[in-house]
Ligand binder design. Structure first.
Ligand code: NAD
Length: 375
């Protein structure tokens, strides 16, 4: 089924987007591998429908490099190496690269011990956390990823009306022998902050109750997050006075709280708090990941059969009103990926223009590629 495009969006070819974004990060002195990895993970997020963590982030990443919040060409350091347990310090290197090192470390330990627990701290933006669950699933492992976002105070707790936490994503991956993995990947806020950014740029509107203003009223107006800003401005959450709501009432708010403890306090990344000092303000993802090798616990064929049986059972539920069909975690991403690989990434024109302005400022060559990329 083909995805509906809104009039406010253009369709961009993913290969062109990757080349242009690679050139932008090379212009900021990232090496070839790092620049391409950043581009592919960002556009990969668009491919599966998470525009919030896609190419719209490019101007902000460049701005963070200029602020000294993220540095090019860093390899994370293993700071704990204790059998099934490990911890890596990314030292504010790019999360797209640090995430690969951390997950590969967790895979190696779990292959040896059956399970592993690996922390990652001081990481640049880790993007779509489902990427990391997918990488572990490709190696045949179940994984859990608990993430906090230090320096990104955005979320109001249940019953509150001001910012006390981050959007703290949670991902769980279930591997499948035929690579038909099941990936749950979600912010523990009603929406990820990037979805507010996309709405601010004229993209998909926010659902009711996504934001709360500083008077305690629920709203969908991105101004609550960024204040009034011009078309060419990079949305800055520090400029707004409202908050994103935690998902799932008191229970979701409780899970959001625990992400901060596991991804922030336990990894050594640090938790969100009053943004009074420079250290707390700097953006960094902390991620605590658990890995389980299925075969060490249960016969893999039995597991695969049981998972499929349950997934089919759930998908067969009679759709409720206004619902076409029942999905399980990851179904939507798989169908979106098929459509976008063929038809291109839907992007608000303003997002594409902002990336072009960034490329222009950095003297990236052949800017006519921005027009050629539009399908
Ligand atoms: P979302 O609400 O679109 O999807 C959440 C989960 O629900 C997914 O597993 C999806 O498959 C499932 N889902 C979606 N529609 C469904 C339906 N109709 N029926 C059943 N299941 C359904 O995602 P989100 O919470 O907006 O998160 C977006 C992205 O933001 C994620 O990739 C997340 O990792 C990322 N994120 C990253 C950070 C960071 O700091 N790096 C912070 C927050 C969020």
């Amino acid at each position: 089924m083909s995805e509906k495009s809104t009039n406010a969006e253009i369709r961009v070819d993913v290969n062109y987007a990757n080349d242009l974004i690679t050139d932008i990060f090379k212009a900021k002195s990232c090496n070839d591998h790092e620049a391409r990895t950043i581009a592919q993970r960002l556009s990969g997020s668009n491919l599966v429908g998470h525009d919030s963590h896609g190419i719209a982030r490019v101007p902000r990443y460049v701005e963070w490099m200029e602020r000294g919040w993220v540095f090019p060409n860093l390899k994370p350091e293993v700071v704990i190496d204790a059998g099934a347990m490990g911890c890596l310090d990314a030292k504010q290197g790019f999360g797209q690269v640090a995430g690969e090192y951390a997950v590969d470390d967790g895979i190696t330990r779990a292959k040896k011990h059956g399970v592993s627990v690996v922390g990652l701290k001081n990481s640049g933006h880790l993007g779509r956390i489902g990427d990391w669950a997918e990488r572990a699933a490709d190696a045949g492992l179940i994984s859990f990823h608990f993430v906090n976002v230090r320096g990104s105070l955005l979320v109001a707790p249940f019953g509150g009306s001001d910012r006390r936490g981050s959007t703290s994503p949670l991902a769980i991956g279930i591997p499948n022998k035929n690579k038909d993995h099941i990936i749950l990947d979600m912010a523990t806020s009603t929406v990820a902050e990037g979805k507010v950014m996309v709405a601010q740029k004229g993209g998909k509107k926010l659902p009711h109750g996504a934001l709360i203003d500083n008077l305690g009223n629920l709203t969908t107006n991105p101004e609550a997050m960024y204040g009034k800003i011009g078309d060419d401005d990079v949305p800055d959450p520090d400029k707004g006075t409202g908050a994103i709501t935690a998902f799932g009432l008191h229970k979701g708010s409780g899970i959001n709280f625990m992400m901060e403890i596991l991804g922030g306090a336990l990894t050594g990344n640090g938790v969100c708090g009053a943004l009074t000092d420079k250290e707390r303000r700097r953006f960094s993802n902390g991620m605590l990941s658990l890995y389980i090798e299925v075969e060490k616990m249960v016969d893999i064929d039995y597991f695969t059969k049981e998972v499929k049986s349950y997934a089919d059972f759930v998908r067969a539920s009679k759709p409720s009103q206004n619902n076409d069909k029942v999905l399980i975690p990851g179904d939507k991403e798989i169908s979106t990926n098929e459509d976008r690989l063929k038809n291109g990434l839907p992007v608000p024109p303003l997002v594409w223009e902002n990336i072009k302005q960034t490329a222009d400022r950095l003297n990236v060559e052949n800017l006519e590629r921005f027009e050629k990329a539009i399908k």
